[in-house]
Design a binder for this molecule. Sequence first.
Ligand code: GDP
Length: 331
Amino acid sequence: MSTRNNRLPAETYAAGILAGDRLLLSRAITLSESTLPSDQELSQEVLQQVLPHTGKSIRIGITGVPGVGKSSFIEVFGNYITSLPKKLAVLAIDPTSQISGGSIMGDKTRMETLSNHPLAFIRPSPAGNALGGVATHTRQALILCEAAGYEVIIIETVGVGQSETAVYHMTDFFLLLMLANAGDELQGMKRGIMEMADALVITKADGDNLNAAQTARVTYENALHLFPPSAKQWQPQALTCSAFTKAGIPEIWALVEKFYQHMQGKGLFDLHRQNQNLYWMHEIIKQTLEKQFYENTDVKRLLPNLQIDVQSGKITALSAALQLLNSLQKK
Ligand code: GDP
C-alpha cells in the first residue's frame, strides 16, 4: 500500500488526537512533517480543527552542550512530572542530524524508562534539511501534543547552534543546563543563551563534583543578576541537580510552577505566547522570501559575478544587493 493510501480524513485525525490516541497523534505528526503538498494541506486542516483545544500546556525548552546531561536529566525530571501525575510530551530538535546525517542525540538509547511510561510521549527530532523547516515541524508537533492533552511539553535541543533561539521562541520557560567545571567558552555558550534562560541548572551535582557544582551555582546566580530584566519580569535563578541521586529535581519543578504563577498573575503568560505567534509569522515570511530570492533564476545568474565584484571592491555591497533585488522586482 502506498503511503498516500494510508491517509485518513482530517476529522479522524482530529477526533483521535482529542481523545488522546497516541497512534493517531504520531501519525498526524508524521503527516505534518511530509513534504507532499496534499499532505501539507491535510495537515493544515487537522491543525486548524484541533487549534481551539490547544495552548493549555506549560512549554519548557531545555538546552545545553552535548554531554551536559540533557537526556539523563529529562529522563529523571520527566519521571518526576509523570509521577505528579501529569501527561508529558518530549520533543527534540537536533540540528546535527541534518548537517552530518548522524546525530549527537540519536545514536544512544535515550530516556528508556520515560519512553515506556503511559503518561509520556517522546518524539525524536524531525527530519528536514533546514532549521526553519525543523522549527515549523516542532511547533506543529507541539500544537498536536497539546490537543492530545499533554500538560507539560519539553522541547530539547543541543546547544550548539541557532536551534536554541528557535526553542526559546516556542517555549514559556527556558532552561539552560551547564557543567560545573567548564568555563563558558568550553561550554560553547554564547552570552546570548544565558540571557535567554529563565533558570540555569548545574548538572551532575553529586559525588566528587558536588562542591564544584554548588560553587558554580553561586557564581552563575550572581552573573544572572547582572542581566537586564526581561519582558517576562522574572529573575532567573541558578540551581543544581543530579540525575543520579535525583537531588534538586523537585525544586526545579517547583520553580517552573512558580514561574507559571508569576506569568499568569501578571497577565504575561498569554501576552508572551501572542508575541511568540507574531514572531513566528514574521520568521516564516522572512524565511520564505529568502528562499524565493535565492532560488530565483535571475538572482542565480547574477549572484556569482556580483559576489566577485563585491569581494574585489569593484562595487559596493549596497549596489550589488540593490541590483539583485531589482532584478527580482522586474518580473
Ligand atoms: P546529553 O548529551 O546532554 O544528553 O548528556 P547525557 O544525558 O547523555 O549524559 C552525558 C554523560 O554524563 C553520561 O555519561 C551520563 O552518565 C553522565 N551524567 C548524566 N547525568 C549525570 C549526573 O547527574 N551525575 C553524574 N555524575 N553523571 C551524569
